[in-house]
Design a protein around this ligand. Structure first.
Ligand SMILES: Cc1cc2nc3c(=O)[nH]c(=O)nc-3n(C[C@H](O)[C@H](O)[C@H](O)COP(=O)(O)O)c2cc1C
Length: 227
């Protein structure tokens, strides 16, 4: 049971919250509103459960032509750079057979699965390509990619595929973090407007995309990302 602990952090009072509609409060005003918070302590070792953000992904590695392709599931990944080029950080560790393929070929495909195949995606992450041919076991379509040797993941339950090459390995030995450059991307037109990604909450439970909140008009500073 987490212990309740009081700590002194600065929190805006309701008056300040109202005023943020017009202009942010001055530094002095903020220090005058310091309060004691009422939050409960949470284990720092489990913060991934609070902020594990992106959708669950499938990672295809190896080579389709030499029949060495494999597939795994990941929840730990992050966008690192928007474009020129688009960079993605993906955490893939040596406990995965896919790690060796990624190390030797330096390429992979990130596939974004729809919630309709969530059970299959979890099963793919609960066995190893060292033991089973996951493509046939899970009836996945391996489709030739354009620029990398690993296959795209076909089929109606896949929202998108991103062909990637490894561009930075400096964080692999310390964090199992591979920096990937997106070189080609594909969208499944059949799922346009109805795709639902799903997100791991870090403990075997998942959240499925729901209501869309459109705040584009308020994103006044970031219009270039709304095309
Ligand atoms: C929901 C889910 C999320 C996962 N996230 C990751 C991850 O972010 N990084 C990782 O290395 N393994 C992750 N795994 C575990 C791999 O998918 C698992 O080790 C898989 O068996 C590796 O397959 P392979 O040995 O064929 O490469 C996850 C598994 C599941 C079910």
């Amino acid at each position: 049971m987490p212990r309740k602990r009081k700590a002194s952090i600065s929190a805006p009072d309701s008056k300040t919250e109202e005023s943020t509609e017009e202009a942010p409060p001055s530094k002095q005003a903020r220090s005058e509103t310091s309060q004691t918070h009422t939050m409960e302590s949470y284990p720092a070792s489990k913060v991934y459960r609070l902020i594990e953000p992106g959708p669950v992904l499938l990672v295809s590695t190896g080579s389709l032509t030499s029949n060495t392709h494999n597939i795994m599931t990941i929840g730990f990944h992050t966008m690192l750079q928007h474009d020129s080029p688009a960079l993605i950080g993906a955490c893939i560790g040596p406990w995965d057979a896919s790690f060796e393929s990624l190390k030797s070929l330096g390429e992979c495909v990130l596939a974004v699965p729809d919630a309709s195949i969530a059970e299959k995606v979890v099963d793919i992450g609960n066995c190893s390509g060292d033991e089973v041919d996951k493509w046939s076991t899970f009836k996945l379509d391996a489709v030739p990619a354009e620029t990398v040797q690993a296959p795209l993941v076909g089929g109606p339950g896949v929202i998108a595929n991103i062909e990637c090459v490894v561009v930075d390995r400096r964080m692999v030995s310390k964090y199992n973090m591979w920096v990937l450059k997106a070189v080609r991307a594909w969208l499944n037109p059949e799922l346009k407007g109805q795709a639902r990604m799903f997100h791991h909450r870090g403990d075997g439970t998942f959240v499925v995309d729901g209501e869309v909140l459109n705040l584009q008009e308020r994103m006044v500073k970031w219009k270039e990302f709304q095309d």
